[in-house]
Write a protein that binds this ligand. Structure first.
Ligand code: UDP
Ligand code: MG
Length: 313
């Protein structure tokens, strides 16, 4: 099978018929063998009914229905587990992403050999309240992840080699950072393609302002897990040693000023409390590091390394 299209959706009944027909049209015109996996993330409207109807008419259209709303990341993860196509394309259900981009995206993965191609909404049709924080968010993500060639990390329209989606795990609200997660797993042939973007035609956005707070917290978790998830002591231990040594240094200094230079009132000096504080914090950081190591050692995937290829077995 050439292409699997994964569509996470939540209350998108008005958009779905148009979206499915449009995809069908593009796929038949280009003679692709394909499947559409519509993951209904616990919709309260008739989305699931619409999906079932289309699935009856066209066996290429498949649906997965969550009993409740788990979020876009969960929907994508479950979709990724089900895909069979060589190239996997994700797109939003709200018709903001155009299925006409699929043939080019397919070519970039299958012919040009990219692992991941992210859409770039070069000209966006979203309100300013969304585009300005998004710029900031993309800037921070570029800096932290060292993926410098992406303008737009969170575009719903993306294409992947099948291997990539089978080897990454998306949960929480991590869908914003899939390129970063892919890179941590060793898939670094990442690029972008400028794509058409439309205004939302039906319904309204499913993400509010909390997206920015959650987004930055997720960025911190992902960086921590990616860099230190398998060796937490290296982070906590280093910080712990620094903090501890600083405290010891301060207390030695105070002791010398008292014993050698006879300065009285050691405990009245603010720096004394700083010395004690940093020693305690340092010890705590060490303990956090040990606990982290214990947890990492017991984790089921402690020896999980993403093996790219094997020969001679
Ligand atoms: N979505 C989802 N689960 C959610 C929220 C959103 O599956 O809990 C889907 C939604 O139906 C759409 C896509 O994720 O297909 C992007 O959502 P939206 O268009 O609301 O986000 P925006 O374009 O405003 O960033
Ligand atoms: Mg949208």
């Amino acid at each position: 099978m050439n292409i699997s299209i994964v569509i996470p959706l939540f209350n998108e009944e008005e958009s779905l018929p148009e979206l499915f027909s449009w995809i069908e049209k593009v796929m038949t015109e280009n003679n692709f063998s394909y499947e559409v996996i519509a993951v209904d993330d616990g919709s309260k409207d008739n989305s699931w009914k619409v999906i079932k109807e289309f699935s009856l008419k066209n066996p290429n259209i498949k649906g997965i229905h969550f009993q409740r709303n788990y979020g876009k990341s969960a929907a994508l993860q479950v979709g990724f587990e089900a895909v069979q196509g060589d190239v996997v394309i994700t797109m939003d259900a709200d018709l903001q992403d155009s299925p006409d981009e699929i043939p080019d995206l397919y070519k970039m993965i299958s012919v040009d050999g990219f692992d991941l191609v992210s859409g770039w909404k070069k000209k966006r049709y979203d309100p300013l309240s969304k585009t300005i924080p998004t710029k900031l968010f993309n800037f921070a993500t570029r800096k932290v992840s060292d993926i410098n060639n992406l303008h737009d990390f969170n575009c719903g329209l993306k294409a992947y080699k099948k291997e990539v989606v089978k080897n990454i795990e998306v949960y929480g609200e991590m869908h914003r950072y899939i390129p970063v997660i892919a890179k941590w797993s060793g898939y670094d042939k990442i690029t972008e393609k400028a794509v058409q973007h439309q205004e939302r035609k039906y319904g309204k956005t499913k993400f509010g302002l909390e997206r920015f707070v959650n987004g930055f917290l997720d960025l911190m978790s992902i960086t921590f897990v990616g860099r230190f998830g398998k060796r937490p002591m290296h982070l906590f231990g280093t910080l712990g040693i620094l903090s501890f040594l600083l405290g010891v240094f301060i207390l030695i200094y105070l002791t010398i000023t008292k014993t050698v230079f006879g300065v009285v009132g050691m405990t009245n000096r603010p720096i004394f409390y700083l010395g004690i504080l940093t020693i305690i914090v340092g010890a705590q950081l060490f303990v956090a590091g040990f606990l982290g190591e214990l947890i990492a050692r017991n984790g089921a995937d402690r020896n999980h390394y993403n093996i790219g290829e094997k020969v001679g077995f």
